[in-house]
Write a protein that binds this ligand. Sequence first.
Ligand SMILES: [Zn+2]
Length: 345
Amino acid sequence: MMARRAANDELAELVQGEQTDAVRVLEDRIAVRAVGTLDDRFTILSQRSLTAWVTAFGGVAAEASDPGALRRILASIRAAIRRLLTPLGRRAEQVLTEALAEAVMLGAQQHAAFVSEATGRRNRPVTSRVSGALRARAAAITQAVTDRRDRALAALRPNRTRRWSEVQTGIGVARSAIPAVRTHITTTVNEAVNEAAETAIKHAGEKKVWIAERDACVNCAAYAGLTVAAEAKFPAGLSWDPNQRGRGEALAAPPKHPSCRCRVTAWQDAWKQDGVISFPDSLRREARRSIARGWSLPTESGAARIRAARELLRTGAGLPKSVEEFAAQAVRAGRFADRTFPTGP
Ligand SMILES: [Zn+2]
């Protein structure tokens, strides 16, 4: 049965919207199981430690005057950190490892859905096993927790910590294991999803195309719409920001960096529809628009976005005049006023 083939913007919306959202839901489910109530328990630990500190030393500005009291307070914080973080690593590794098969299956199903939409022909998911590389990746989450726990335990000793601000820093290092676990889960799940896509792409002997996130960083945006052979790697070191070029290595597929939710899917030149630009070309165009508009996460450097916009204008953006003028104004001002990707109507 030949169905209607999806338009370029529908294909992009399918992957960047619906499918990425479904992957996020899976990431969140894993993270909730891995982290549990740990955020709250760290808040309680901070509050209790503060109370103990003020009781012992009279205030937060004072240096610890009583060595015995300092030793006791720090020992009790270290014990709490061990209690909170030692099970976290094991639990995170277990729930992430258990979820890998589901992530791979989701990737296979989503890839098949993309090919069905692109070709108008029903495409069946290509099932694959969880690779050894993915398992190793999931197992490495324990080390991410252990590193932070041990750094915190080493810092929270009387020879290194005599002020409340230093106690706070030490607890903060321990607590940073939670976002580290979340990031590790996101990256691993996206690796699994892309690995499943790669298996399907190789199976069909198709080319592959990089689909960047809508608010991708200046590096990932340089890969948007790039196509290479199924077995080939995407070239190393591309970036819209001249200062960041030449870094990193050639990759078979995203993720390119921690928390990257870029995707790889199959592409064939024969899938291009008459009278419109190809899907990969439309992705490149959208990436140029995103550089011109400054759409990005708040965590990305504003200076990098401006350098990227300047580079885009220098090399010829090929965008509507109003969009190019918007970018030129931002470059002159040295900043984008609002970098949030517009959602909703
Ligand atoms: Zn990316």
